[in-house]
Design a protein. Structure first.
Length: 287
């Protein structure tokens, strides 16, 4: 279900565990008492997943796994692909099989896909807004606990790229680290002593004076936090390609183009995952 050009997919084991947890939460100890009481066990049905608003698709594998977990007899046929743009009314997938299973899995599948499609759709809006500048939109760790891998995958579906996955795969020294370490030099020295040769070191700065200090230590990436486009442009000029430059802080769809035109390499946007509206999707039985 992943089109060429989409970087990576979600591991099946991760999907299976997340789906199992979500279904257990929904079914509780008694199961789907409404469906079991009203729908004959022998009833079969056909249904369609459809987008009620325009958007970008993400999470088809998760929806498919949801129905397969509920009842292995349900056939889930994707019509769209992850990362594809769809218009309102577009059919995303078709299902057929036991009606009880389709009804029981409906909300969990919609919850996953609505969230993931919403993130992919918002990400695509940011990516489109900076088209032609050379900058790249990346996410942050401001994700829903337990769903980070899913939300970061959705960012990739929208054309963005992923920042570090967690605290374990890259070093990002922020202002509080510098204070606690006793200064920038001490923080960077500690990072270098701990980091392996494949681990990148990034340092956050708020001013051009701090940037000058960081440049003396030759780290891999500098995070330019809450700077104006003019400050960013000056910072990029000072760096001169010696480090990767990342802009962050208060980025919006209205401001992102100006930030990108300042010449930064990356723009990190927490809103991609913490503020993306759910894409309106629906599942309807058909004759």
């Amino acid at each position: 279900m992943t089109p060429s050009g989409l970087s990576g997919s979600l591991p099946q084991g991760l999907i299976v565990r997340a789906v199992a947890d979500a279904l257990a939460e929904d079914l509780g100890l008694a199961g789907d008492i409404t469906t079991d009481a009203t729908v004959p066990a022998s009833a079969m049905a056909q249904a369609v997943f459809a987008a009620r608003k325009p958007g970008v698709i993400s999470g088809l594998d998760v929806a498919a796994a949801t129905f397969a977990t509920v009842d292995g007899r349900i056939v889930f046929e994707a019509v769209a692909q992850d990362a594809a743009r769809v218009e309102a009314g577009a059919i995303v997938a078709r299902l057929h099989g036991p009606a009880r299973g389709i009804l029981t899995g409906e909300r969990v599948a919609l919850n996953f896909m609505g969230r993931m499609c919403g993130i992919a759709t918002l990400t695509r809006a940011y990516v489109d807004a900076i088209a032609g500048t050379g900058a790249v939109i990346v996410d942050t760790r401001k994700t829903t606990p337990g769903l980070r891998a899913f939300e970061k995958y959705a960012v990739r579906c929208g054309g963005g790229m992923n920042h570090r996955v967690g605290l374990f795969d890259a070093i990002l020294i922020k202002d509080n680290h510098i204070v606690a370490a006793g200064g920038l030099a001490a923080a960077i020295a500690g990072a270098r002593a701990r980091a392996g040769h494949l681990v990148k070191i990034e340092v956050e700065v708020d001013t051009l004076a701090q940037l000058d200090e960081v440049m003396a230590h030759k780290v891999d990436v500098v995070l330019l936090d809450n700077m104006t486009p003019a400050q960013l442009k000056a910072a990029v000029k000072r760096v001169g390609g010696a480090m990767i430059t990342e802009a962050s802080g208060g980025v919006s769809l209205e401001s992102v183009r100006g930030i990108a035109e300042a010449g930064v390499d990356l723009i990190s946007v927490g809103a991609l995952t913490h503020s993306a509206p759910v894409l309106d999707l629906g599942l309807d039985f058909v004759g």
